[in-house]
Design a protein around this ligand. Structure first.
Ligand SMILES: Nc1ncnc2c1ncn2[C@@H]1O[C@H](COP(=O)(O)OP(=O)(O)OP(=O)(O)O)[C@@H](O)[C@H]1O
Ligand SMILES: [Mg+2]
Length: 252
């Protein structure tokens, strides 16, 4: 019996892809709702770079930076985000917002290894106030570190946001190297998964099963990705999958 070939996503040039993304984002925001997005790929695949471009479509954004040093996070500051080490923002911080909206990166300086876990309370206050206020697009740049008990142990609060806050206008953008050790509710609540090539079969299968397409086809699509290419795998009806790549000149 002849085997049926699996469907393949179309490749879109990045300006076309981001235009479509802007249309989806705008439609969701017009209803005062949020939409969570998962960015999953190995280290250096391009998650922070793509997320920065996708987050720029939003008016009220708070990025949680938890790495001591990261050129891709510096690019948020170059784009005009105000780097702060406290929350809530002060009046003076808010006066510096260039609009439309406000763009903050909560990213305290960290000089030594001992500093890595020093700011858990700060991230917790951001997440608590996002949950209460609604509206903020919240970028968790290092999802595993933020959630895992061996990291900052904020998995329960990130889960609460994933579970309950899209109806309050919050969009959670969660970046992970792999889904393991991140509470499943955080990535099964997303409306869109952006996936890079990943080596582990189990991870690929788990991520592929999120989408509205045949998981076997999604697995094949992820395995065929090269370099900084990503698969856009929607998990909501009437959206279409595609492959694209940030042009090198747009990357930091
Ligand atoms: N599409 C691209 N084309 C060329 N270079 C890229 C592209 N995307 C990202 N890069 C570069 O690759 C490097 C890693 O990108 P980035 O920091 O976004 O990866 P990451 O997945 O967030 O990594 P990590 O998991 O370590 O945080 C950066 O130097 C960035 O400028
Ligand atoms: Mg990163």
């Amino acid at each position: 019996m002849a085997s049926l070939s699996l469907p393949e996503p179309p490749e879109l040039d990045f300006p076309t892809w981001i235009r479509q993304e802007a249309a989806v984002t705008g439609a969701v925001a017009a209803k005062d709702k949020g939409m969570h997005i998962l960015f999953s790929g190995p280290t250096q695949s391009g998650k922070t770079t793509l997320c920065r471009i996708v987050a720029s479509l939003r008016d009220y954004v708070v990025v949680l930076g938890s790495k001591p040093k990261d050129d891709s996070l510096d690019a948020y500051v170059r784009d005009g985000y105000l780097r702060i080490d406290h929350w809530p923002p002060t009046r003076s911080d808010i006066r510096k917002c260039r609009g439309p909206g406000c763009h903050f990166i909560v990213w305290p300086k960290m000089a030594s290894r001992a500093d890595l876990r020093k700011h858990t309370g700060l991230y917790l206050s951001v997440l608590d106030s996002v949950y209460a206020e609604g509206m903020w697009t919240t970028v968790v740049d290092e999802g595993l570190w933020m959630c895992d008990p061996k990291g900052l142990g904020l998995g329960a609060v990130v889960s609460d946001i994933a579970y309950g806050s899209a109806s309050n206008g919050v969009s959670l953008y969660l970046l992970v190297q792999r889904p393991a050790n991140v509470p499943p509710i955080t990535w099964t609540s997303v409306g869109q998964a952006l996936l890079w090539h990943m080596g582990r079969q189990d991870d690929v299968r788990e991520m592929a099963s999120l989408g509205i397409y045949d998981p076997r086809a999604a697995v094949a699509a992820v395995q065929n990705l090269r370099g900084h290419q990503f698969l856009d795998l929607p998990t909501r009806a009437q959206a279409e999958w595609s492959i694209s790549e940030v042009p090198a000149s747009w990357a930091a």
